[in-house]
Design a protein around this ligand. Structure first.
Ligand code: CO
Length: 172
């Protein structure tokens, strides 16, 4: 089986709203294993299906990456409540190589999602885990972390982003 390939800035799939998963059977388990393999190989702390060219609402993330190596998956995740506190911290993204920047995120979120077997859950997450989940849910909505950067920072990275997009244009 070919390893999955990470789509980078300029790829159209990163900019569309991904489809809600309805059918949980078939090769979902295999797909999640393949996502996990590439996420670990590329040293990411989270990954969303659009990043590997699959426009579906599926995300994968390390639960508390500073404390554990547990990786969890969410299908059709949606933030349904949050604290009113925010925190700014640096982020990067496998789909936006060479660029990092400070992003303001909710400190705590309540997320409704389905697990791999289709069961519905609601859980609360905070700090780094909440940040990763917000970043990955953004991917399922066609949003990238660079969209959240300050105006000044975006002006600074404009050239790099154009270059990435041009390289993807050549790939077709
Ligand atoms: Co990302």
């Amino acid at each position: 089986m070919n390893p999955l390939e990470i789509k980078t800035y300029g790829s159209k799939v990163l900019r569309v709203k991904a489809k809600t998963m309805v059918d949980f059977g078939g090769d979902l388990d295999t797909f999640l294993d393949r996502m996990k393999s590439i996420m670990i190989a590329e040293q990411g702390v989270g990954l969303a299906a659009p990043q590997v060219g699959v426009s579906k609402r599926i995300i994968l993330f390390y639960v508390d990456p500073k404390e554990s190596s547990r990786v969890d998956a969410m299908i059709n995740p949606e933030i349904i409540a949050s604290s009113d506190e925010f925190e700014k911290s640096e982020e990067g993204c496998l789909s936006v190589p060479y660029i990092r920047g400070e992003v303001r995120r909710l400190l705590e979120v309540e997320v409704k999602y389905q697990s791999v077997d289709g069961t519905e859950h609601t859980d609360r997450f905070h700090d780094l885990t909440a940040r990763i989940i917000q970043h990955e849910i953004d991917h399922t909505n066609g949003i990238l972390f660079v969209d959240h950067l300050s105006f000044a920072k975006r002006a600074m990275i404009r050239g790099k982003l154009r270059k990435l997009a041009r390289e993807n244009g050549k790939k077709g």
